[in-house]
Every structure is written in structure tokens, then in C-alpha cells.
Design a protein. Structure first.
Length: 114
């Protein structure tokens, strides 16, 4: 996997609105991250989008990771999520899901792999 600049994610192209996101855009964003989307990825993406649609996007990265880990606990929790999104389930999954990064998501001490 190529070495990535952890701050390069800030230059990403997000839709102007949460509702302008579509699966085709997700495929393009996943390709930028060198991820081929599977049904498992789509489960996480749809969960994230549903969660943000219901609860808003104002939570912290730590809280979002805790929520994701709890939801996907039977599959392996955080370890499972890192197998799907190796640079960090919060950063990569948010990017592909077309949602804003939570606060502190780019904090190198948080836990995303850079």
C-alpha cells in the first residue's frame, strides 16, 4: 500500500450536501483509498450514513469509533473495521461515506494508521 499523507484527506472532494452522495461517488472515493468495496464495506458505509442522518455529524472521532465497534462487535469490532479500512475506520469510512470527518479524526495520536 502506498504511503499516504495523513493530512491529504482534507483535500478530498465531498458532495455539497449529505444527500448528494451516491454509490458511484463512494466507489470513486474508495478507489482513491485503494479499497475495493465489498458487501462488508457497504454495511459499514450504510450504517455510518444512517447513524449520521439520525444523530448528526457532531460527534467526536472517538465516540464514532466506539459506536462502530459496538455495532460490528460480533464481526470482530475494531479489528474487523481495520481489516476493511486499514488507514482507520473513521477516516476512510467517513470519506467513502461522504460525511464530514468528526473532530479530532486527524489527530495522529487518535488511532488512525498513518
Amino acid at each position: 500500500m502506498p504511503k499516504m499523507d495523513p493530512l491529504s484527506i482534507e483535500q478530498r472532494q465531498l458532495p455539497d450536501s449529505f444527500y448528494q452522495w451516491n454509490p458511484t461517488l463512494a466507489e470513486l472515493l474508495a478507489a482513491e483509498e485503494h479499497i475495493e468495496l465489498t458487501d462488508k464495506h457497504w454495511q459499514v458505509i450504510h450504517f455510518l450514513r444512517d447513524h449520521c442522518d439520525t444523530h448528526g455529524t457532531g460527534c467526536s472521532a472517538r465516540l464514532l469509533l466506539k459506536t462502530l465497534s459496538r455495532r460490528f462487535g460480533k464481526e470482530g469490532g475494531k479489528r474487523y473495521l481495520y481489516t476493511l479500512f486499514p488507514r482507520g475506520p473513521v477516516v476512510q469510512a467517513c470519506k467513502i461515506s461522504g460525511i464530514p470527518l468528526p473532530q479530532y479524526a486527524l489527530d495522529l495520536s487518535f488511532g488512525s494508521v498513518h
